[in-house]
Ligand binder design. Structure first.
Ligand code: AMP
Length: 190
């Protein structure tokens, strides 16, 4: 099975698409945002540290994130393929991921960018906040601006990292959910 990365700004639909790939093809969704939110829920040391950072729309440090993902990938359910949703978010995380996978005898098969019109993101985030009853403290239009700035400055530079390796494909994230899934499947299942 295949190991893939989904890229896209907050609200692009990475989580939705990762869930659909998990349901349809059995690849495991590895959402670092979900993992951090779970840690916040348990009130662990990591959770307490992460909460302040997440609420401010900033990024948790690279070393912590690489450690979390490395442990998760070691779980047996990842053997049939995984979807990285929200990781790597910096070039240092991408480099750390490469080295870690090499050490485990694994590799990434595809990196997929879900491209969206940024003007639509505020609407999508507002909708998600309404649908989830405000479960995510960072789903506010104010935090969205900060998260978008962080995406542009720290995560967008990760795209050329994969493009230069000939691994990056882009799908049109403004289409219907089903159509976006079909575009991703065409790349991933080819
Ligand atoms: P997400 O659910 O992917 O939008 O992530 C929510 C928040 O969790 C982000 O705004 C960051 O504060 C934090 N986070 C998630 N993934 C990462 C990561 N790979 N590196 C650093 N921070 C992360």
């Amino acid at each position: 099975m295949r190991n893939i990365i989904l890229f896209g700004p907050p609200g692009a639909g990475k989580g939705t698409q990762a869930q659909r790939l998990e349901e349809n093809h059995g690849m495991i969704q590895l959402s670092t945002g979900d993992m951090l939110r779970a840690a916040v829920g348990t009130g662990s040391e990591l959770g307490q540290r992460a909460k302040t950072i997440m609420d401010a729309g900033k990024l948790v440090d690279d070393e912590t994130m690489i450690g979390i993902i490395s442990e998760r990938i070691d779980q047996p359910d990842c053997r049939d393929g995984f979807i990285l949703d929200g990781f790597p978010r910096t070039v240092a995380q991408a480099e750390g991921l490469d080295q870690m996978l090499k050490d485990k005898g694994l590799h990434i098969d595809h990196a997929v960018e879900i491209a969206v019109d940024e003007e639509m993101l505020a609407d999508r985030i507002r909708k998600r906040a309404a649908e989830t009853g405000g479960a995510r403290a960072d789903d506010t239009v104010e935090t969205l601006h900060k998260r978008l700035e962080v995406y542009r400055q720290q995560t967008a530079p990760v795209l050329p990292y994969y493009r230069d390796k000939g691994m990056l494909k882009t799908v049109d994230g403004m289409k219907d959910i089903e159509e976006v899934t079909a575009q991703i499947e065409e790349i991933v299942l080819a």
